[in-house]
Design a protein around this ligand. Structure first.
Ligand code: F6R
Length: 632
């Protein structure tokens, strides 16, 4: 939520660099945007309501050369998305500016105190207290004089201010009175520093940095940094110097371009065969045959990681929670481990009672979701006396994110960064991670025979080609079919067993990018209530893959058809009975039911994408959403 950027260096191009950075961060919020720069001893602030292009137009007609500045793209929390609430926010003198990502929980008390000290507030935001708080402390700190452990009064004033803030935040601060300093701080919200040649950057996320540098340094919670044209110094909130070394990001700037696709979402749907291939190559032992001594899967976990394991609990949000539901099916049915899947936002305030020998898995594509991180942090400290320490595992495509600094073990899904706000390739990659984990556990716990394991692994290896086949053979057809639903108001998605979470995911994709009301339901539950919603205006999409519940799903689909619903089936190409049941087909290759979610989700992603595109909506940046949800 919200993206912040900062630049300090020798190029007089701060505005261009900030705007380019904000463009890469727009996926984090797009309610308003703004920049503040310092030139000729003055602070200049330009802000605009709405998407970034509004700000770009304003900056184009009023630009000053500057080598220091900060920028922000907003996802509104406190205060409407209006220009007066846009960041940067300034102190009363308008010489100091702040951008923030997060929420300051004690802003009301601070604002009252600061009003009594004569500060004037101009916005409804929580953030505005920060510039006033810093400005409030500065004169006293300057009067005290520089002490040995205060490299600069501005740094010290920001340090004292952040110590008074409660909540989760990442901030960047500049002042016209300190034209060679950019101060940044982090507490529970992401912030990465970038090291260039005589220039330094900060940003909420790495895509804003990689056009300039791949040498990056993520700040940790409770750290504050001072960036000058000659270097970077990092301190703790207590004022102690922290020694940290930048690392090199193994990324290519092309990864964050559309590469000829109309939208990032479509590009990312098309990346899925490659993502699955890469993930499998990374973790599967290519030569494995039944009878070999080692596991066919090498996830890089400690050798004793699975010892005495009795149950698993998964914490996640949104699409990642759906991946967790598929994970539960696999861990229970394949590896025989009782598993719960929890919304992280619920779990953190009402956790399951502690049970020994539990593995907690956090699933998150961004690696920054506040609720998921908080739930994992809580599990890391919840510990009953005499019991072994908690076992935590993260599943993510962002191994450089905050998640990896919170949990000791990570399965990197190798999906890379995802820009489209609606998750697609990262979901499929999370599923692959769960397949590999469940099969590795099944090998260790001997819940599958080596032959069964071999068959499933061979099935997994076929998936990239099968995904390619779906994309090649289906996209045009789905695009045409989608025309029929441009004015539809409600959709129902049905699935059972391992494909129930895919029904939820299909409904979520449609809701979030097309704004059509959609519900995912376990097909067998329809008759217990939701069937009352059905009539000729409500299409029903049913996922019917041969296996344990195939006939049942077809019967449930017939029940919907008897209520005049138009039936769309996600089903194998050669299933005669299914072909006769459904009015329209979204065919997928014939695969083992257990592996089918990796295929059945793709036509649903395409359907949601094309309906939204036909409706002329902003597919990559749907209203009210943000890619990285760093607030509660
Ligand atoms: C849906 C979507 C969201 C995220 C959710 C969790 O397409 O992207 O529902 O899945 O906000 O995000 P992560 O996975 O970053 O924790």
């Amino acid at each position: 939520m919200c993206g912040i950027v900062g630049y300090i260096g020798t190029q007089p191009a701060a505005s261009e660099i900030l705007l380019a950075g904000l463009q890469k961060l727009e996926y984090r919020g797009y309610d308003s945007a703004g920049i503040a720069t310092i030139s000729e001893g003055e602070l200049h602030c330009i802000r605009a309501k709405g998407k970034l292009h509004n700000l770009q137009e304003k900056v184009a007609s009023w630009n000053r050369p500057a080598s220091l500045g900060i920028g922000h793209t907003r996802w509104a929390t406190h205060g409407k998305p209006e220009e007066y609430n846009a960041h940067p926010h300034r102190d009363t003198s308008e010489r100091l500016a702040v951008v923030q990502n997060g929420i300051i929980e004690n802003y009301r008390e601070l604002r009252e105190q600061l009003r009594h000290h004569g500060h004037t507030f101009r916005s409804d935001t929580d953030t505005e207290v920060i510039p006033h708080l810093i400005a409030d402390g500065l004169p006293r700190i300057q009067a005290e004089g520089l002490q040995a452990h205060h490299p600069s009064p501005l740094l010290e004033a920001v340090r004292q201010a952040v110590c008074q803030l409660q909540g989760a935040f990442a901030i960047a601060v500049i002042s016209a009175d300190f034209p060679d300093e950019l101060i940044v701080a982090r507490q529970q919200a992401p912030l990465v520093l970038g090291f260039g040649q005589g220039e330094f950057f900060c940003a909420s996320d790495t895509p804003a940095l990689i056009p300039y540098t791949r040498a990056i340094l993520p700040l940790d919670n409770g750290e504050i940094a001072r960036l000058t044209p000659t270097g970077v110094e990092v301190f703790s909130f207590e004022g102690n110097r922290v020694r940290k070394t930048p690392r090199t990001l193994n990324w290519n700037p092309v990864m964050v371009e559309k590469q000829g696709f109309k939208h990032f979402m479509l590009k990312e749907i098309y990346e899925q065969p490659g993502v699955v291939r890469t993930c499998l190559e990374q973790y599967l032992n290519g030569d494995w045959q039944p009878g070999m001594a080692d596991s066919p899967i090498h996830l890089g976990l400690p050798t004793d990681f699975y010892n005495n394991l009795e149950q698993v609990q998964i914490v996640a949000c949104g699409t990642s929670w759906h991946a967790g539901l598929v994970g539960k099916y696999l861990l229970e049915q394949v590896a025989g481990l009782p598993t719960t899947v929890n919304y992280a936002s619920e779990f953190r305030y009402a956790p399951t009672p502690l049970r020994p020998n539990t593995l907690t898995i956090g699933v998150t594509q961004s690696g920054e979701t506040a609720d998921t991180l908080a739930a994992l942090e809580m599990e890391g400290t919840r510990h009953s006396e005499g019991a072994p320490p908690p076992r935590l595992l993260g599943i993510t495509n962002r191994p450089e994110s905050s998640l990896s600094r919170l949990v000791p073990q990570i399965i990197d899904t190798h999906a890379g960064i995802e820009i489209g706000v609606a998750a697609t390739k990262t979901f499929v990659a999370q599923l692959v991670a769960f397949y590999l984990l469940a099969l590795d556990l099944a090998y260790t716990r001997q819940t599958l025979t080596p032959e069964q394991l071999h068959t499933l692994i061979e099935g997994l290896r076929q998936l990239p080609a099968e995904l390619e086949l779906i994309l090649e053979s289906q996209e045009r057809y789905v695009e045409t079919l989608a025309h029929d639903f441009v004015d539809t108001q409600d959709f129902i998605f049905l699935g059972r067993g391992i494909n129930f979470p895919i029904a939820l995911e299909g409904a979520l994709k449609l809701k979030e990018i097309s704004y059509i009301h959609a519900e995912g339901y376990p097909a067998g539950e329809m008759k217990h209530g939701p069937i009352a919603l059905l009539d000729a205006k409500v299409p029903v999409v049913a996922i019917a893959m041969p296996g344990t519940v195939f006939e049942k799903v077809l019967s449930n689909a017939q029940e919907a058809k008897a209520r005049d619903a138009l039936l769309i089936g996600v089903t194998p190409m050669d299933e005669q009975e299914a072909a006769e049941t459904f009015d329209a087909l979204l065919p997928v290759p014939h695969v083992d039911e257990l592996l089918s979610p990796l295929l059945t989700v793709v036509p649903l992603q395409l359907l949601a994408y094309h309906i939204a595109a036909h409706r002329g909506l902003d597919v990559d940046q749907p209203r009210n959403l943000a890619k990285s949800v760093t607030v509660e």
